[in-house]
Design a protein around this ligand. Sequence first.
Ligand code: G6P
Length: 611
Amino acid sequence: MCGIVGYVGNESALDVILSGLKRLEYRGYDSSGVALVNGNMFIEKRVGKISNLEDHLAGKNLGGFHVGIGHTRWATHGVPSDINAHPHTGCHERIAIVHNGIIENYAAIKKMLIDKGHIFSSETDSEVIAHLIEYYIENNSFLDAVLKALAKLEGTYGILAISESEPDTIIAARKGSPLLLGIADDAMILASDASAIIEYTRKVVYLEDGEIIEVKKDKMKTFDLERRRIDKKVEDITWDISDIEKQGFEHFMLKEIFEQPETIQNAYRGRIVIDEGLVRLDGITLSRQDINDVRRVILIACGTSFHAALVGEYLIEEFARIPVEVEYASEFRYRRPILLRGDLIVVISQSGETADTLAALREARDRGANVVGITNVVGSTIARECNAGGVYLHAGPEIGVASTKAFTSQIVVLYLLGIFLARRKGMTADEAGALLRELTKIPDKVQWILDRADAVKEVAELYKDTANCLYLGRGINFPVALEGALKLKEISYVHAEGYPAAEMKHGPIALIDENMPAVFAAPFWDEVYAKVVHNMQEVKARSGKIICIATEGDQEILKHADHVLRIPNIGKMLSPLLSVIPLQLLSYYVAVLRGCNVDQPRNLAKSVTVE
Ligand code: G6P
């Protein structure tokens, strides 16, 4: 995710900001920039590594600037480029801001300001913040201008702002994106993450949502959004740099698993209007007619994204009643696929760079099909090459090689896409609204599972030495079984197979003995549940051990399973978003207990850009 650093003091602001930004590099970024202020404003921003920014700053005499802000960007709106990098300014370089988060109503604000004569230079949502402050500062103090600007913003933000009119001040505000203030001798350092300030001070003030802070080198004042003063407690940082970079988690993969309540929300935030049963996927550039004409959807992907596509098949068919096919990208591209009028191709790729998926996209596009992309990396090749636009996951960089948070975000986007198409095929606003309301309950339910991660760890301890493992599920939880098996083999090198539970009797049942655990995803009560229980009995009859992902309150399951991992109650169509979480945790803990390199498993790459 993006990183923020700001400095007010007696030293060279640039030096402190650059060293802080480098501390934030581990978060992933695509561009960086700084803005420095005294009587004048100096701004430099560059796509690529911080070293590229430094090359462009070399030889400039900037040591006299003692106030400034800096940023590492991970694109969400607009491709990675010099212009889209932060800091952003208004029409004139008198105000500069850096921003983490997403401004959901930026399009409306941008239009309002363009009507008032403002000229925008970037494609970002963030730029509206600088223009709003610029607009209000005409008749207000710097602080009041920022407060008035914040009142207009919907979405999430961590913001630092500087102004030529008050060159000894940084104003910072937080709603949903972390910010903290480090208090050093004769200096104040603001950052999105403590790792950027820890070499200067361990005394910090953590901003809460709805707080704004005015910072000078030797004092700070905190307010709420109504401009009432707030007293803040100064706290001590007690941890080390290495702890903070992974935010206290032992591995990036675990951090990413635990981020899912937030990343799931980011995937639907700003895209749904529950009361109107509306899904807005503004990145899809198809005409109304093209969407009405969709007769078949083909989902194309590799690896974990392929499993998300399999879940998407159930979702889109159920909601929109449009036939869906799911294809491995590597197979699609070589089998002279038959494409028909009314086909909508959807390519799914976390990285947006997977060579097979890209080749399939080109194959479909060159045959005249409409291709929509679902990717996490803004400006990636797949995102750029789709001829019918796409939808970003907004999950933040995924660093662990085994994909976790991207998978759940992909499912959320496919859920939205299913409802989006269904509305054109007769789904009512009330029906869609009910489905969307259910979706908004998911982040809390995922958190509920994460709060019980220790129960998964206990099971992992019992089975860490197993050589084989079978994963079984039915219906929409069959792809979850595939994903659970993939996760285990990717990072712990245990042989694992995913199967539709009923297929077990046609082959895998031969493998079952007392050394072969079977993991079932059986998270709801319906006719398929009873059949899955029957499959469990078949395993038990052959002395197999059963680990079951089951719904809270399901007592029946205790009669059949040796170990039950609970998830909260949820309707069938959203259940994969919950049932996959214990499976991600199980593979993680087994891998750790076996001493494997979780974040960089052998032989695997995060982004496979070769065929
Ligand atoms: C690699 C990664 C997997 C990933 C797959 C597809 O194999 O190791 O984790 O699922 O590529 O990647 P994509 O970026 O296209 O989703």
